[in-house]
Design a binder for this molecule. Structure first.
Ligand code: B12
Ligand code: SF4
Ligand code: SF4
Length: 236
């Protein structure tokens, strides 16, 4: 197995205090299919950055508790842009963020980088971290400057293929999660009800919680509530 390239090590070390992790490299030979860099060139490579379980929650909460940050709208996006934007400036990368329109295909990049596949909830499932991981940004570079890890003999196992009973599908109180689609309207309607406020809004998505894979990485309660709040659009 080859060791990390110097840039991988720089990125990993810089992200560690924030509880963020490099989450694999998506490659675009000859720039085909990749995003554009700040200088208009096509990117050759994108390094994904994200959280694993509650890894970022303490650092983010500490930042959010500071006087000047308490009233910040979209605080997690703001924090991610500070941390990952700084790193982009230091490494000469173009930074991309998942919530910025036009939406970049973060999930497609992650599928290519780590061989992950989607669960019935639409969230990509990781064989070890289950549904408890997300993406906070990505660094795009012109050249493929990351060392290639030895390719695994086969794609990582997709946990949903071997899942008996698929408990995530049965756990949603309003049947919003099906194999074919995630019914956003039904989910949001339930979240606005009293049962929804006491259930998913307070404890996190019951369908996500029902998945047995990576339960050790389940988000802490504060993080679960934070993400659920973000799922409900503000009243008009
Ligand atoms: C719009 C959006 C939503 C919309 C979905 C509307 C819809 N039906 O399409 C809403 C607001 C409902 C939503 C909800 C959630 N989302 Co969302 N969402 C996005 C966002 C910002 C853009 C998706 C997109 O259009 N991409 C553009 C296309 C071109 O990219 P793509 O990779 O080629 O396309 C993939 C997705 O579109 C995906 N997809 C299609 N339909 C749906 C539906 C859902 C619910 C999801 C999650 C994905 C998904 O399939 C495509 C192929 O893989 C992405 C970030 C991003 N930039 O990708 C996050 C993202 C997909 N969401 C994410 C998450 C975690 C959630 C929630 C779980 C948030 C929460 N509350 O905790 C919920 C799911 C609710 C639940 N019950 O589980 C994560 C997924 C991480 C992962 N491990 O895969 C992402 C990547 C954001 C992140 N910061 O990590 N989301
Ligand atoms: S409960 Fe089963 S089908 Fe659902 S996400 Fe988890 S492994 Fe996949
Ligand atoms: S948040 Fe609640 S209503 Fe929405 S999909 Fe998850 S379990 Fe269903």
């Amino acid at each position: 197995m080859s060791g990390p390239s110097p840039l991988s090590a720089v990125v990993e070390t810089a992200l560690a205090p924030y509880g963020l992790h490099p989450r694999g490299v998506a490659r675009f030979p000859d720039g085909a299919g990749g995003p554009l860099l700040d200088d208009g060139q096509a990117a050759g490579v994108v390094l994904l950055i994200g959280n694993i379980g509650g890894s970022m929650w303490q650092a983010f909460s500490n930042w959010r508790a500071l006087e000047g940050n308490r009233a910040c709208a979209d605080p997690l996006d703001h924090w991610s842009k500070q941390v990952i934007g700084d790193l982009a400036a230091k490494t000469g990368a173009t930074a991309y963020f998942p919530s910025d329109p036009p939406y970049q295909p973060f999930q497609r990049w992650a599928m290519s980088a780590e061989g992950l596949r989607a669960s019935p909830l639409g969230i990509l499932i990781h064989p070890k971290f289950g549904l408890w991981h997300g993406y906070r940004g990505a660094l795009a570079f012109a050249e493929d400057i990351f060392e290639r890890q030895n390719a695994p003999a086969s794609a990582p196992p997709h946990p949903c293929d071997a899942c008996t009973g698929r408990p995530c599908l049965a756990a949603c109180p309003v049947g919003a999660v099906t194999v074919d689609r995630f019914d956003v309207a039904a989910c949001r309607q339930f979240l606005a009800s009293e049962a929804g406020r006491e259930g998913c809004m307070d404890k996190g998505c019951l369908a996500r919680a029902a998945c047995p894979v990576g339960s050790h990485y389940r988000y802490p309660e504060g993080q679960l509530r934070f993400h659920m709040k973000a799922l409900v659009p503000p009243p008009d």
